[in-house]
Design a protein around this ligand. Sequence first.
Ligand SMILES: NC(=O)c1ccc[n+]([C@@H]2O[C@H](COP(=O)([O-])OP(=O)(O)OC[C@H]3O[C@@H](n4cnc5c(N)ncnc54)[C@H](O)[C@@H]3O)[C@@H](O)[C@H]2O)c1
Ligand SMILES: O=C(O)C[C@H](O)C(=O)O
Length: 313
Amino acid sequence: MTIQRKKISIVGAGFTGATTALMLAQKELGDIVLIDIPQFENPTKGKALDILEVGPVQGFDSLVTGTSNYEDAANSDIVIITAGIARKPGMSRDDLVNTNAGIVKSVCDNIKKYAPDSIVIILSNPVDAMTYTAYHTLGFPKNRVIGQSGVLDTARYCTFIAQELNVSVEDVRGFVLGGHGDDMVPMVRYSSVGGIPIETLISQERINAIVERTRVGGGEIVNLLGNGSAYYAPAASLTQMTEAIVKDKKRIIPVIAYLEGEYGYQDLFLGVPTLLGGNGIEKVFELELTAEEKAALDQSAESVRSIIKVVNV
Ligand SMILES: NC(=O)c1ccc[n+]([C@@H]2O[C@H](COP(=O)([O-])OP(=O)(O)OC[C@H]3O[C@@H](n4cnc5c(N)ncnc54)[C@H](O)[C@@H]3O)[C@@H](O)[C@H]2O)c1
Ligand SMILES: O=C(O)C[C@H](O)C(=O)O
């Protein structure tokens, strides 16, 4: 019996791509190929070698290589797309749509050619529209095209709840639905600490403040960094999703999934709770929403639709 390691390619070897490569290697989730444009081939090889050399110190054997040649990504099991430009202070994620749609399309043409059986995870912003772009460019089944937003937005939400109550983040449960924009929908009614609903522990006024801070959580970091956007928590989020797939963990986590009637939306990618396992998105959970929650989700879906319209796929 030959046991094959998983091959995971990351397109875009910038802040999120390189950090994700390190985190995947630290967890030995597979061998990693880091890909960037030909102008950055040497820095990409340099980052890959630097990460590889962490192995003897931290005790991992994942191979990490850098390249600008998609042939090196041939037959990848998973491809993660982080290629594209990031926003700067004063910009919205939607301002990136035209540049990044072109980049995501060209990346997906290569994935289609070299890794036609892969599961593809998209990070590039505006991520709901970029996941839609990838899906229509790739022509892969919907379970194999997944966008990242919910893990990160939920991580921010849970961080703020833990801070508010001065409790361990490990005991906080909750999730965020909708698009990865300022009208995302943190699900307060489904949020708890150690099983206790947060609405019984935190005042409505403070909950509203936590919800608002979560919604603009990406912008808070953009403003602090001054010249780019978050990458540690985004990379950790991609790593959690990759681990769920590689280990067929059947995690229930919010990701950007293709909706064909769920929640009343057609031909739309939006953040929803899913079962993530070896086949990618194995199930979308359709929750009962209150009228208020549905109205908030409708507004978020409408924002995503307005950006998708700009993308010509
Ligand atoms: N969905 C999310 O939650 C989330 C979180 C963080 C970042 N992002 C987005 O991810 C993207 C990357 O962010 P970053 O901080 O890593 O940016 P970065 O600028 O550090 O890295 C982007 C990399 O993509 C490369 N690239 C550009 N065009 C390419 C192409 N055609 N093929 C291959 N590589 C190409 C660039 O050379 C660069 O190295 C941005 O669009 C950002 O907004 C999304
Ligand atoms: O905010 C950004 O532009 C990057 C990312 O989407 C994030 O939420 O950190």
